[in-house]
Design a protein around this ligand. Structure first.
Ligand SMILES: Nc1ncnc2c1ncn2[C@@H]1O[C@H](COP(=O)(O)OP(=O)(O)OP(=O)(O)O)[C@@H](O)[C@H]1O
Ligand SMILES: [Mg+2]
Length: 258
């Protein structure tokens, strides 16, 4: 086994009446982009909660660079280099874009001066400097989501776990976001886990994709492999649930499987 990775072994999270996550293994290396997909309620958010200390797993162990972090607080895990975003969470709307990014750095113990320098640098690098002094609440939606990403990047994470970063974005915005996430990986070298229902984002970004359904991994492979896996097609077509195929997200053609 190599160091420099997140490794989760046999993770389960059981709530009363539902096995939200049921014996899932997951690895994510530095510099890698992994997609985590699956139908609504598959257990994606709960798995990320278990990795980041927001939900104590019923069973299993989580390692970060071969140090076991199971049971650590979210704060301790964040300081150790595991940064995450939350499904649907918004910025502090009364604070400026700059202040929102600064807060990320302050949250992991940076000094005011360090936080200010880092926020300046991040906004510059992500071509958002002209948004710095704008109240977050007045930003266009796509920019708000990108500032949200910078707030997590200001924690200088080794790993970035993104829960539906493109939710609510139009096609142009989600394409910009896809580009930005690719740039973040290239510039910061961090490992990225992306939960996303937008298959264009997933297929355009991820080297590997892990598919959950009913709390279990049903497929793991390259975008091309996952896309033609009958188990994935069945899960998405919802035949088990009797849902209509029209309600399932499209699994688009993979432009380039390499
Ligand atoms: N705190 C909780 N208590 C009880 N059940 C929960 C709790 N959190 C999640 N669940 C249930 O666990 C299952 C997995 O939920 P989860 O939110 O992880 O799915 P998801 O894959 O993120 O779905 P979505 O794509 O809709 O965000 C669902 O059946 C959900 O209702
Ligand atoms: Mg979710």
């Amino acid at each position: 086994m190599s160091a420099a990775q997140i490794r989760a072994e046999d993770i389960s999270v059981h709530f009363v009446g539902v096995k939200a996550v049921d014996g899932v293994d997951l690895t994510l290396g530095y510099g890698e982009i992994l997609g985590l997909i699956g139908p609504n309620g598959a257990g994606k958010t709960t798995l990320v909660n278990a990795l980041t200390g927001f939900q104590e797993p019923t069973g299993g162990r989580v390692f970060l660079d071969d140090v076991e972090i199971t049971g650590w607080t979210p704060h301790a895990i964040g300081r150790r280099g595991l940064g995450r975003t939350f499904q649907g969470i918004r910025l502090f709307r009364e604070l400026t874009a700059f202040e929102n990014v600064e807060l990320g750095a302050l949250g992991v113990g940076a000094s005011r001066k360090e936080a200010r320098m880092l926020a300046t640098e991040l906004l510059e690098r992500m071509h958002l400097r002209d948004r710095a002094d704008q109240k977050a609440g007045s930003l266009p939606y796509g920019d708000e989501r990108r500032i949200g990403l910078l707030r997590v990047l200001a924690m200088k994470p080794s790993f970035l776990l993104l829960d539906e970063p493109a939710a609510g974005m139009n096609e142009g915005e989600s394409d910009d976001l896809t580009t930005a996430i690719g740039e973040i990986r290239n510039e910061f070298g961090c490992g990225v886990l992306v939960i996303e229902h937008d298959m264009r984002v997933i297929m355009g970004l991820c080297e590997r994709i892990q598919v959950l359904d009913y709390g279990k991994t049903i497929s793991l492979g390259t975008p091309a492999e996952v896309q033609r896996d009958p188990a994935v097609i069945t899960a998405y077509l919802g035949t088990k649930r009797g849902a209509s195929a029209a309600a399932a997200p499209e699994l688009p053609e993979v432009p380039d499987a390499s």
